[in-house]
Design a binder for this molecule. Structure first.
Ligand code: ISJ
Length: 185
C-alpha cells in the first residue's frame, strides 16, 4: 500500500537553469539546435515528420504548479492552474513530453478557451496570437527515470528539456518540453 502523498506533492524538481549557463559543447548535438529554437516546436515537428504529427493529451487537470513553475510564472503561493501534459507524436512515436502550466489568473478574456483545450496544439494558438511574447529558455538535464515522466516514456540515462514563460495579452503561461529517446530529428 503506497502512502498517500500530501496535497501538492511533486516529484523532485529538475535543476532548471537559464540557457546561457550552458556552453554549446555541454548540450548534445542531436538536441542542441532544437533546445534553443525560438520558433514553434509543433511546426518544426510537423515538418520533420512530414506531417505525421499528433498531440496526445495525457492529462489536463486543475493542480497546484511545482514551486519553480510558480516562481517562473510569478504566481502567489499555491495558486491553482490547469496542468496539461501531452506527448508529441511523430509517425506514432513519442518524440517530446510536454507539460504546460496555465494559471487560473490567465484564463480570462480570449484565453478562457484554454479551459477546454483538446488535442489541438497549444503552440498553434500561442504562435497565432499577435500579442504573444516568449521569454528566454531555461534548460535542464533530466533523469530518464524521473517520476515526472510517464512510466512509458522513462528511459535509462539522461534526457534534455527546455521550458519558458510565454505571455498572451500579458497573461503568463509556462510550457516545458522534454526530448525523448525516440526523438530522431
Ligand atoms: C509551444 C508550443 O506548443 C507545443 C504544444 C503543446 C500542447 O499542445 O500542449 C505543448 C508543447 C509545445 O511543444 C510549440 O508548438 O512551440
Amino acid at each position: 500500500m503506497y502512502a498517500l502523498q500530501p496535497l501538492g506533492y511533486h516529484p523532485k524538481e529538475s535543476n532548471w537553469q537559464d540557457y546561457h549557463h550552458f556552453t554549446s559543447s555541454q548540450l548534445p548535438g542531436k538536441v542542441r539546435p532544437w533546445l534553443l529554437d525560438r520558433g514553434s516546436l509543433t511546426q518544426r515537428l510537423i515538418k520533420s515528420s512530414k506531417g505525421q504529427f499528433k498531440v496526445q493529451v495525457l492529462s489536463q487537470q486543475w493542480q497546484r504548479p511545482r514551486l519553480s513553475e510558480a516562481t517562473l510564472l510569478g504566481l502567489q503561493h499555491r495558486e491553482m492552474a490547469i496542468i496539461r501534459e501531452v506527448a508529441l507524436l511523430c509517425a506514432g512515436q513519442p518524440w517530446v513530453f510536454a507539460r504546460s502550466v496555465i494559471p487560473a489568473s490567465s484564463l480570462v478574456g480570449r484565453l478562457r478557451r484554454l479551459r477546454k483545450f483538446n488535442d489541438s496544439s497549444l503552440g498553434e494558438m500561442l504562435f497565432r496570437d499577435p500579442s504573444m511574447r516568449r521569454y528566454p529558455f531555461q534548460i535542464a538535464a533530466i533523469d530518464g527515470q524521473s517520476p515526472q515522466l510517464p512510466a512509458s516514456m522513462q528511459a535509462s540515462g539522461q534526457l534534455w528539456g527546455r521550458r519558458c514563460r510565454f505571455e498572451l495579452a500579458a497573461r503568463p503561461i509556462m510550457v516545458s518540453e522534454i526530448f525523448l529517446p525516440d526523438f530522431i530529428p
